[in-house]
Every structure is written in C-alpha cells, then in structure tokens.
Design a binder for this molecule. Sequence first.
Ligand code: GUN
Ligand code: ZN
Length: 491
Amino acid sequence: MREHFELQGYDAAGRLGELTVPRADVTVETPALLPVINPHHETIEPRRLEMEFGAEMLITNSYVIYGSDEVREPALEDGLHDLLDFSGAIMTDSGSFQLAEYGEIDVTNEEILAFQHEIGTDIGTPVDIPTPPDVSRERAVDELATTQQRLEVAADLDFGEMLVNAPIQGSTYPDLRERAAGDAYGTGLDVFPVGAMVPLMNDYRYGDMIEAVMAAKRGLGEDAPVHLFGAGHPMMFALAVAAGCDLFDSAAYALYARDDRYLTVRGTRHLEDLEYFPCECPICTAHSPADLRDRSGDERMRLLAEHNLHVSFGEMRRIKQAIRRGNLLELVETRARAHPTVIDGYRALLAYVDQLEATDPASKDAFFYLSGESADRPEVQRHHDRLHRIELTGELLVRSDGVSATAGEYDDVWTVIPPFGPIPGGLEQTYPVTAEVPDRIDDRAYRSAIRGITALTEHSDASITFVHDGWPTSALDRLPDSVDVSTVPSE
Ligand code: GUN
Ligand code: ZN
C-alpha cells in the first residue's frame, strides 16, 4: 500500500481520499483542483487562491523557472513556497509540455528533476513524452519506451521527501495506456498523471479521454492517486472523477479569462453573449456582464478568472458531496445533459460498467433514474449479475409492477421493476429497487428489465411466466422463447 494516499469512500470508480505530501507537511483532500500558476504573470496571487478559494495545492512549471534569470535565483535561494507565497503543497511540471509544443527543450531529465528538488518542489515530474492522439502505434510504442526509461531513472534517484509523478502516456491506444500504467506503477513512484489529454480536451473528445483514463486505471493499483494532466474545464470534472481521477489542474481559469470566456458547468460562454450571469459567486452577484465589458482588459480578466475559479472549486465541492451521498452518477448524468460531448464521455464510461461496479458501494441512499443511460449503471448491472447466478426450479411467475392478479398455481411470485428486472418477493422495498423511476418509463428501462428476466433463465430450470400490463413489443421481442408471456390490463 502506498502510505501517502488514503481512500475514504467510493461512488462508482470516483473516490474521496487524502493525499499526504510530506515535504509540504500537508494533507490534501481529493478530488482536488490545482490552479496553474505562471510565475511570470500571476492572474490571482497564490495567497488568495489559498485563503479565498481553498486551494490546497497548486502547480507551476519548473522549466519556466529554470529558464528565467529573473525567477531562477530567488527560487533557488528562498525556495518555491516563498517565491510564490503559498504554504500548501506545490507540484511542478518538467517542461514536457513545452517539449510537446516546440519539439525540444534544453534540459535533461536528470537536470530538471534535480532542479525541482533544489527549489523545494513537493511533487516533481520527470520529462515524459506527451505523445499526441491518433499517431502511429509505432511512434506511441517508441516514445513510451523513452518515458518509461525516464521514470525508472527518477525512481532510482534519491529526492528525500519529494514525491515524484509517473506520467502515463500511450496516445489513443488503450492497451498501451494500460501497459504504461502497469509499468509506471511498478516503478514505485508516487502520483500517476494521465498525460497528453490537452489535445483531447481542446477538441472536447471526452469519450476518448475516458477510454484513456479507464485503460490507465486497469494498469494501476487502487492506491494510486491519479491526476488528469491539463484538464481544467469544470463541465467534465464529475465525469472524470467518476472514472477515478483524483487530481486536476486548471490553467483554463486564467487562459479562458484572457479571451473573455466565462466557464460554467454546462460549457463555456463568451462575455459578449451574456446578458445575465448564471452564477451566484461574489463576482457575478456584484457585477453584470455589461459592467464587466466596461472594465479595462486587466481588471476584466482578473474578475473573469475569479468567477472561473469559483465555479471550478464549487463544482469540486459538489462532486465531493455527491460521492459522500452516493449520487455522483446522477451528477454526471446531469452534466451530460448539458453537452453531447459529455454524453459521449458518460456512455464511454458506462461501457466499462464492470470496472465501475468493482468499487461501487453495495448500498447507497437512493437511485434516481434520470435518462436512458441510467439503465446501464453499475447498480443495474450488479442486480443482473446476481440474477445470473440464481438457480431456480418449479413454476415462477414474474409480473410487472401493477399486475396483481395471478392465474394458476406458482411456486413463487416475483415483481419486475424497470430498469432492474425481476425482484424476489419481499425485496421490493430494498436498495436499489427503491429507485425513483418516472411513471412514464422509456424503452431502455423496459429493455434492461427484460435483460434481467433473461439473466434469470440462464441457470434456472424453472418454467417462467411473465405477465405484464402492456409493455412495448420493442422490449418483449427480446425475451427468450422459453419464457411464457401474457398480458393483463393494468388496474
Ligand atoms: N501537461 C499537460 N499534459 C502533460 C503531459 O502529458 N505531461 C506533462 N509532464 N505535463 C503535461
Ligand atoms: Zn460567477
């Protein structure tokens, strides 16, 4: 067990945890958002990020500091915490991002690691190679070998209490991501960023992002803290947390503000297009969009950046509360409704229902059926898995909720409740069957219930009769021939 990361609770694959950062002598609550600080122009002072926004950790770039006469000396002399005036944990990046952008950097892996240690970094980063999406498999394999070799170099050096990131690359090849994650985990390094996500984020390719994260998660132990490198848009935080990401960094709050872009959990808005601010933060309460448009460039940028931070930290708190409460997937589903690209991410996530089910708590407060995707949630899958294993004999009547009449003699009578399917008599009032489902049931919920009946036939010699009150044929058509079906009018 990696003793610096302690897990406190799960919902789907999302978790609450505590990351202990020994060099900073602090414990950071996860999921956590790390604002990105550019040491040359701080949009919001780190002290304010800590005091007003609740940032427990931030991230800055050691390569930028290394290459600047102006900040390198004070960083070496007084350390990073004094330079930035921040008492929480500080993670630094290595220049890999610049490597990806400009093709080269003038520092070696060993040099920049040693520099990070010298300036007092709490979590350092080796020079991994951020292989972009959609490149040839050959290139992805080749660059992975270099990344892995640099991680091993980092693992062999002694950096005292400094934790070290082990970035996971592999482009858009899930099997390479999974292998890279296994190899990174094997180095014994401390934190595991999923890398080269920026091009996917910029194109809103949340489905591909989820593929990469879920693959990386398969290669890592549960005790591995996972960072989604370069992911700062609050519209995808809930989705990424549900996939098991623990750390996020946001440069978006400042970069977007620079272009008059206003972040919301439902997407990005342009200041020009807003007549009202759809937000309760101090900035949006005190100002109107017209007000902000009248301000000078610098002031407008600062105020927008503050709003962007309020929204981002607010969403992180909402996510933590949702994990506590057990309704994280309801939150993801709500976010998915705001943008088709997030639906894509959510559908990609639900395709790994077994991976989600493995850590999903057996009991929660409630299950809200909010859309067709709810039918594919791990709680439904778990119920179907149980039905699969049941061995029954004799005559079994399964009847839809609302049918009470029984014709004939049965050994047992079960109720069929969409989206779960057959529920043994007496268990109708237990979780998750107590789900809140709309009265006007959709096709996917019916079909999922039929999958449940089908699962029950797998290991049973029982003869099963299904009586329903007018279910759609699109669902009934999927029943195996062995099930005897009849209909009665609902009462
Ligand atoms: N910042 C954004 N993406 C990456 C990445 O893949 N590697 C590193 N080191 N930094 C990043
Ligand atoms: Zn606001």
